[in-house]
Design a protein around this ligand. Structure first.
Ligand code: OAD
Length: 244
């Protein structure tokens, strides 16, 4: 596909990037709502809620163990790398907010990154609430992890449906001072992330979406670039600040 969109950034620009499952699709990680958006017959909403956890923690841990296994086997792709490279150029004028819980952005070299829906490789005690590093798979009832301090169950350090995403204050602070919002690979169906484009629009800043199909909130974007993350981002971002 020929890219006609040009994104030139000046020294005064601040780039806010929001990524979704689509950016990791070409690393082999399934998206939520495309084909294959079901896990063992369950929609993600049915295994990613506090109610699902209360009803069947073993089922929830099987789901997140499967996702840990998949993420551990995956490698960052050219789109993750392109974002890490532009961060090198823009420094603190760059902010990456991801809905993804995998660590592919970090493994590509991103540092200024916020995981608003939590991270796959941390767990936290349901009582103490402190996140701890955890890459283990917990797939049977006898395998469920417990807190070394109080003995309560550890849960995935993931924001579930019905819970509040992490550090919304910090996200809106960054969005408030951004001059360009670039959104990549998200269906625009889960709020509050799907509303960032509306906030940006109210502020009159430029908004760009990249993905193979239009998201649900397509009407709010100034520009939509139809293409895959790896097909679009390396060219788009390397030409954004060529002299830096
Ligand atoms: P979705 O599965 O809803 O949407 C994935 C998007 O990626 C779709 O719009 C696809 O068109 C796009 N896509 C597919 N392949 C792509 C590619 N190669 N390059 C670029 N884009 C591609 O995933 P999200 O919008 O991220 O939340 O889902 C949002 C949240 O819903 C997730 O963070 C998760 C989920 O339930 C929680 O778990 C709390």
């Amino acid at each position: 596909m020929r890219i006609i969109l040009i994104m030139r950034l000046t020294p005064n620009d601040r780039l806010f990037v929001l990524t979704g499952a689509g950016i990791s699709a070409e690393s082999g990680l399934a998206t939520f709502r495309g084909s294959g958006g079901l896990w063992n017959g369950y929609r993600v909403e049915e295994v990613a809620t506090p109610g699902a956890w209360d009803a069947d923690p073993e089922l929830v841990w099987r789901f997140y163990s499967m996702r840990r296994r998949d993420a551990l086997a995956a490698q960052p792709n050219a789109a993750h790398v392109a974002l890490a490279e532009i961060e090198q150029k823009l420094g603190d004028q760059f902010y990456l907010c991801t809905q993804n819980v995998d660590d592919l952005h970090e493994r590509a070299g991103s540092h200024r990154i916020h995981h608003m829906h939590g991270t796959l490789f941390q767990s936290r005690c349901v009582h103490c609430n402190v996140p701890v590093a955890d890459k283990a798979l917990h797939e049977t009832a006898t395998d469920l992890p417990t807190c070394p301090e109080c003995g309560a169950l550890l849960r995935p350090h993931i924001v579930w449906f019905g819970e509040v995403p992490l550090d919304m204050e910090g996200i809106y602070r960054e969005l408030d001072r951004a001059t360009v919002l670039l959104v990549v690979g998200t269906s625009g169906s889960v709020y509050p992330a799907a509303g960032f484009v509306h906030v940006a629009r109210q502020r009159g800043i430029r908004t760009v979406y990249v993905g193979p199909e239009e998201p649900l909130n397509a009407n709010a974007f100034d520009e939509i670039v139809l293409g895959s993350a790896t097909g679009v981002l390396p060219g788009l971002l390397s030409s954004a600040c060529p002299s830096a």
